[in-house]
Design a protein around this ligand. Structure first.
Ligand code: SAH
Ligand code: SF4
Ligand code: F3S
Length: 437
């Protein structure tokens, strides 16, 4: 038998790309590839890319340039671009960087085997269709090998929301949900392979409609799987946070008390211009209702500063919303103009203003994050052990609230859930002690 070819995959962007990279690796695995961590020994390099902000997209071209010496040394090396830049730019990628052999969008990567053959035959291989067929029905079955205790599972893709700044509806297409029966099948397989925590993924995961009772229905069915201990989901849109899902947060024990619910801005004027279709007040009321159902919920969010037309007052309103809500975790970005989106037509806020606003916003969010983490000291948490720590006998895992927790864990192993008392709060993690009782 000939020696296996080596595949190097580098992933940018969101968790959905992480999931897709896994599936692409498995699909090419069935074609005789094994994945490698070492780019120098690769027979194929695949960049799974993100188009969300200009910096993320431009980085791909400098990265590709770095592969030049590898390609010169090994002419058989094939270079592919997958993901959202592939979808957005298609053949332009090859025009700009002729070294690229293969371009595949996020909805057509089940066709990788044919594309790989075409590239091996010396042709340029391009597929950025939104095909009729469901890629998940055409992907190779997932392997049965043991794996780590946490996994992502994509249940919904695409977005119909068309926020004025965002490329996702164009790169990922319309909202589609995978049927609940398929999701359940994949979840059972993951649990058999050692997974104890599943994070359900979707660009708008709470718009999931592959189950008659929506995402809440799917979560309740998943919670009945023996051996699956924890369920999370991300990312959600405030307008799709229905009563059933709120109730699930109060009732389903396996659903973790952590919610990523981006609001982007605290100014009604800007929310309107962003096409978010809700007000700041509606968001705040929604958070109150979710916290009524699950009082210890740790809330996470996304914010954009310097959206076109954002005034000092609009920005103050965003700071005000953050003060009112209180976030345990958050991601914040300077607005980046994206070609083809409605906001790209509008005059931009000056760069130095965007910078100073981002700094103020991040300082506030950092304080809140720190306070939420410090407030865990003295509390008992359950930690899903994920890997060994740096010290002998030490392990690291995540609490229910997604805080990283370090502890001495003699006798315990990866995948165990330890009851831990938090003893100190460090810059980016907690330290705990296993509870004796
Ligand atoms: N579907 C998710 C997140 C999509 S992208 C949602 O609706 O919340 C992740 C985050 O990137 C967004 O929440 C937003 O804060 C940020 N983002 C998207 N487009 C951006 C742009 N053009 N400039 C800056 N940040 C952007
Ligand atoms: Fe982008 Fe808005 Fe859709 Fe989120 S909801 S993916 S921010 S268009
Ligand atoms: Fe980026 Fe595409 Fe995800 S643009 S954030 S990789 S959906």
């Amino acid at each position: 038998m000939s020696e296996k070819k080596k595949l190097f995959i580098k992933t940018y962007g969101c968790q959905m790309n992480v999931y897709d990279s896994e599936r692409m690796g498995e699909t090419l695995g069935a074609e005789g590839y094994v994945t490698t961590e070492k780019v120098e020994e690769a027979d194929m390099i695949l960049l799974n890319t993100c188009h969300i902000r200009e910096k993320a997209a431009e980085k791909i071209y400098s990265e590709l340039g770095r592969f030049r010496p590898l390609k010169d040394a090994k002419p058989d090396l094939k270079i592919g671009v997958a993901g959202c830049v592939a979808q957005a730019e298609g053949a332009e990628i090859i025009a700009r960087q002729p070294m690229v052999d293969l371009v595949v969008g996020p909805q057509s990567y089940h066709r990788l085997p044919e594309l790989e053959k075409k590239a091996r035959a010396g042709e340029k291989a391009l597929d950025t269709d939104f095909p009729e067929e469901d890629k998940f029905d055409h992907l190779k079955a997932r392997p049965k090998a043991k794996r780590g205790p946490t996994a992502f599972l994509t249940v919904q893709e695409g977005c119909d929301k068309f926020c004025a700044f965002c490329v996702v509806p164009y790169t990922r297409g319309a909202e589609v949900s995978r049927p609940a029966s398929r999701v359940m099948g994949e979840a059972h397989d993951l649990v058999e392979r050692g997974v104890r925590e599943i994070t359900l993924l979707g660009q708008n995961v709470n718009a999931y409609n592959g189950h008659e009772a929506g995402l809440a229905g799917l979560i309740r069915d998943l919670a009945a799987i023996d051996g699956l201990e924890r369920i999370r989901f991300t990312t959600s849109h405030p307008n799709d946070m229905d009563d059933a899902l709120i109730a699930a947060h109060g009732e389903v024990e396996k659903l973790m008390p952590y919610l990523h619910l981006p609001v982007q801005s605290g100014s009604d004027r800007i929310l309107k211009a962003m096409n978010r279709k809700h007000t700041a007040e509606q968001y705040i009321r929604l958070i109150e209702r979710i916290r009524d159902a699950r009082p210890d919920l740790l809330l996470s969010g996304d914010f954009i500063v310097g959206f076109p037309g954002e005034t000092d007052q609009d920005f103050e309103d965003t700071l005000g919303l953050i003060e009112t809500v209180g976030y345990g975790q958050a991601y914040s970005f300077k607005y980046s103009s994206r070609p083809g989106t409605p906001a790209a037509e509008k005059p931009e806020v000056a760069e130095d203003l965007k910078d100073s606003r981002l700094q103020r916003l991040q300082a506030l969010l950092r304080d809140q994050q720190r306070a939420a983490q410090d407030a865990m000291v003295g509390r008992k948490v359950k930690v899903l052990l994920e890997k060994s720590g740096r010290l002998e006998g030490q392990m690291v895992g995540k609490s229910e609230y997604l805080h990283a927790v370090h502890m001495q864990a003699e006798g315990l192993s990866r995948g165990d859930i330890a009851e831990v008392r938090v003893v100190s709060s460090n810059s980016n993690s907690l330290t705990g002690e296993i509870c004796a009782d």
